[in-house]
Design a protein around this ligand. Sequence first.
Ligand code: FE2
Length: 179
Amino acid sequence: MKEEQLSAINRSTISMSRLNKILNIVLDEITQMEDFERDQPLTWSMKHMFTCSQISKLIAASRKLDIEIAGIAGAIHDLFLIRTGIFDDHAPKGGPLVKDFLNKFNKTYGEEFGYLSEKEIEIIYQATIFHTDKTNYTKDEMVELTKDADALDRFLHGKDIPKHYIPRYKAALKDLKLL
Ligand SMILES: [Fe+2]
């Protein structure tokens, strides 16, 4: 977690300007889409975007990772699925989409809402392309965070989850001192 985020928590606010703008952009996209012939309903994608983002922030705080970047990864890791309605390969196919989305965000909104650095974009890209690989554990903390947050969010929404998601949401609950 960034120093300024830590000290801000001790005071009154943390900067979420980039994430909040991104949530608004994707929400606008979703509300203009038609909800048919999708592998997962748009209402689910919308709920999951917001709640996975918040859960990612909590896990980031517990693991001392960047809260806003975790929130952005949590919000847009399913961007391919959101835009196309296609679940198959949505993680690897989402990578270039996410990179393009964030570069466009920088060009259009960076000045007003804050720029994402190349390093931050790469972190979110990695989290996106590997988030469905729940059985493997890597050294990339944001990749692992996004997998855990994804599993915990699905679990909390009462979704049927595969067995290998269980250690994932448990790891998150443990770090949040809820287990
Ligand atoms: Fe997800």
